[in-house]
Design a protein around this ligand. Structure first.
Ligand code: PHE
Ligand code: NA
Length: 453
């Protein structure tokens, strides 16, 4: 008997794929990364470019990627190779599949560290370790949390283990079930915090920080960062959405799924911003405080809210779950590829990649303590993983996906996969042919121009 499995429809039930794709999309990107990057790049203009990129680049490319997956029925590498062959094109296009797979692995290598922060904070919330009366005290707690490589490594190892266990078993129903109640729960907690912000001050300032803009204020780097964040938050060009698409039954509408996932993902990110920035302004914290932003600000607010400790525990619990449902999607491409085209069993494939992941993520974790001085061009290893994937690999991969969908692969593939009306199809084609690629290229050229100076 061979361990090789035919890719089959893993999603059960009417909502299976939507829940899994939402689980992949909504995660640390929305609640941790979006707020701190918005703070770093000055607010409104960043948010506006981010939203424009979701609409003009992210959504059309997501539709293309799900189509690649479902029509090619396999990991990014295999699916793209099959579609290229079917279209009489070079199999070299599958290089974009390789890059996507690598990208998913690299993202996961730093993602488990941040998910580890979330578990650590869950533990601190339960055991009463998150009290402090000022931003400085909270910053000290965050700093102490990162300073010890043993405890920090313990948490990220735990996340790595959990991720690989779930992926190894291929237990999609578990994901569906947890996403089903976690997402509404997350929205509820964020909603409560927004209401709290309205009454306790800082809300008006947060609104104008997030939504008032002067485009001229956004640097070329901020422009590139906003585009990268759009890719990151929708799980694009990293193997996740394409591979999940390969398990999608034929009768589900790709367009409708894409719109609901993108809409919900955007909603959660904006709600996270509206929940967090009032606390930041009310406590006099600098919005440009970097990756620790939510960990240093939110516990302050939870402390003052009625039932705050309970809310805090629920929040970090759900954040951890949201991170896990995203984490498993990042490595699914690799495991699916090893399984389907190399004949490795799912269990072996996940142990193997898990060990590699553990090594790379441990190096990333060390960036916050013993490896703080191991920098290259001012960035340590953790930063490099994030920077390379979000700013360059995902947009470049997205460019490849758009060009393949727009020019390289037979258009009939997308006609039948997407099943849109003539006008809708023409609009989608116009987006993947011209709007998305040109948008990506312009932002790239702009960023390269600045670097060259
Ligand atoms: N979209 C996820 C988030 O916002 C991160 C992710 C990136 C997941 C790439 C899969 C692939 O947290
Ligand atoms: Na997201």
């Amino acid at each position: 008997m061979t361990a090789r499995e035919k890719p089959k429809t893993l999603w059960v039930g009417r909502w299976g794929f939507i829940l899994a794709a939402t689980g992949s999309a909504v995660g640390l990107g929305n609640i941790w990364k979006f707020p701190y990057m918005t703070g770093e790049y000055g607010g409104g203009a960043f948010v506006l470019v981010y939203l424009a990129c979701i609409l003009a680049i992210g959504i059309p490319i997501m539709m293309a990627e799900i189509s690649f997956g479902r029509r090619g029925r396999g990991s990014p590498i295999d699916a793209i190779r099959r579609l290229a062959q079917e279209s009489g094109r070079s199999a070299l296009w599958s290089l974009f599949g390789w890059m996507a797979m690598l990208c998913g692995f690299m993202i996961l290598s730093f993602y488990v560290v941040v998910a580890g922060w979330s578990v650590a904070y869950l533990w601190k919330a339960v055991s009463g370790g998150l009290s402090g009366s000022s931003v400085e005290e909270m910053a000290a707690i965050f700093g102490a949390n990162n300073a010890n490589p043993w405890s920090l490594g313990f948490w990220s190892t735990l996340v790595t283990l959990a991720t690989m266990l779930i992926v190894g078993k291929g237990v999609q129903e578990g994901i569906e079930k947890s996403v089903r109640w976690m997402m509404p729960g997350m929205v509820l907690i964020l909603g409560i915090m927004i209401v709290y912000g309205v009454f306790s001050g800082g809300f008006g300032e947060a609104m104008s920080f997030l939504f008032a803009f002067e485009l001229g204020n956004l640097s070329s780097e901020g422009l590139l960062a906003a585009m990268g964040q759009a890719f990151f938050t929708l799980s694009l060009a990293s193997g996740a959405i394409l591979t999940y698409g390969s398990y999608l039954p034929d009768d589900k509408s790709i367009a409708r799924t894409t719109f609901s996932v993108a809409l919900f993902d955007t909603l959660v990110a904006l709600m996270a911003g509206l929940a967090i920035f009032p606390v930041i302004f009310a406590s006099g914290m600098d919005p440009d405080s970097g990756p620790g932003l939510i960990f240093m600000s939110l516990p302050l607010a939870f402390q003052q809210m009625p039932l705050g400790t309970l809310l805090e525990i629920a929040f970090f619990f759900m954040l951890t779950l949201a991170a896990l449902t995203s984490a498993i999607s990042m490595i699914e491409a690799t495991v699916a590829w090893l399984n389907q085209s190399r004949g490795v069993s799912r269990a072996k494939a996940s142990w193997g990649t898990g060990i590699l992941l553990w090594i790379v993520s441990t190096l990333a974790m060390l960036s916050f303590n013993v490896g703080a001085d191991w920098t290259l061009a001012g960035k340590h290893f953790f930063d490099w993983l994030d920077y390379l994937t979000s700013r360059w690999m995902m947009p470049l991969g997205g460019l490849g996906m758009a060009l393949m969908a727009g020019f390289v692969l037979r258009n009939e593939i997308f006609r039948s996969e997407l099943g849109l009306s003539r006008t809708q199809h023409a609009l989608w084609l116009f987006m993947v042919r011209y709007v998305s690629p040109l948008g990506i290229l312009l932002i790239f050229i702009d960023a390269l121009g600045v670097m060259a100076l």
